[in-house]
Write a protein that binds this ligand. Sequence first.
Ligand code: 5GP
Ligand code: MN
Length: 352
Amino acid sequence: MSQVFHNFVAMNLNLENIELFKQLLAQPQKVVILSHTNPDGDAIGSSLAVAEVLRGHGHTVHCILPNKFPYYLKWMPNTDELIIHSNDKLGIAQSVIAAADIVICADMSSLSRLEALTETIAQNTTAKRILIDHHLNPSSEFDLVFSSPESSSTAYLVYEILKAAYGKEVFNQNIATLLYVGMITDTGNFAFSTINPELFRAAADLLETGIDVPTIYNNVYNSFTEGRARLFGYVINRKMKTLLKGTVAYMSLTEEEMRKFWFQQGDSEGFVNYPLSIKKVKMSAMFSEQQGGFIRVSLRSHGSVDVNTFARRYFNGGGHHNAAGGKSFMNMEDTIAHYIAAVEEYHKEGLV
Ligand code: 5GP
Ligand code: MN
């Protein structure tokens, strides 16, 4: 059976919103672009692409991330300009937010994903708020909302918005590289069920700028440290456990284990996907201890298993149908016990 693809751009990217976007940005504005904690290729690529285009149209733009991004994304164009709030001893983030006319949040559905910056945005600025995002359940905290949960990445949505507002000519090689990274990192290099023909048309437009796809691929997927490779081997061999006759997997990583493998921020990104390469496995979880005394929860699934609902229900989180996350404030042992009980409950309801 062939898959039916919806032309979701026509449905969700209404031209009224594009007109509002252009009106808000008709005169030179002070713009701040923010994205989510533990930023990924989509968060960084989308933010920096919007920044570069708006700068080209006379705006003053700053990009802020709540915390550090993975070292293997440092090569992406313009990452030097990113203001990392957790390292921001001079308070630059606070002052550019206070001075902003417009705040754009990319690749996140609620201000709470900004963690320590949430209050600053909620209280220290009267700037207009624009949301550009592809997560489910966008919050009502924004003045202008581009929300497309059907979109495989925020980068794809950014591509459509920028194309509709300014025309394809704005995509130079840097912007195309940034958007391409967002598209591949959120779709497993164009492999997840979220892809559609429009995404490939968008990618074709980006390729026409002359971007170097094999180099981008190697930069994203083959640029890790030896420590990361060894940590990965350890986690799969020693820490992966299964439940429900091998159909549900989970893994955990403590700070002590991370230290042993010279852990750098980002080293365990993607580990959660690996158990899904086992044919029987339809849901996978990764628990990793974080500075600040909580456990980060990452969830992935195949097909009908809904980890967005699971993350909301059991780990105070959210995300997408097949990729979600949350937090636990219990210790590792209790977190895992909570997960096992949650999986059993989910199973009894026929949800996994
Ligand atoms: P990851 O496992 O890569 O951290 O996150 C997977 C997906 O879940 C991403 O789309 C991310 O935005 C979402 N996500 C991760 N952690 C949280 C969280 O604590 N709260 C919410 N609402 N979403 C999360
Ligand atoms: Mn995304």
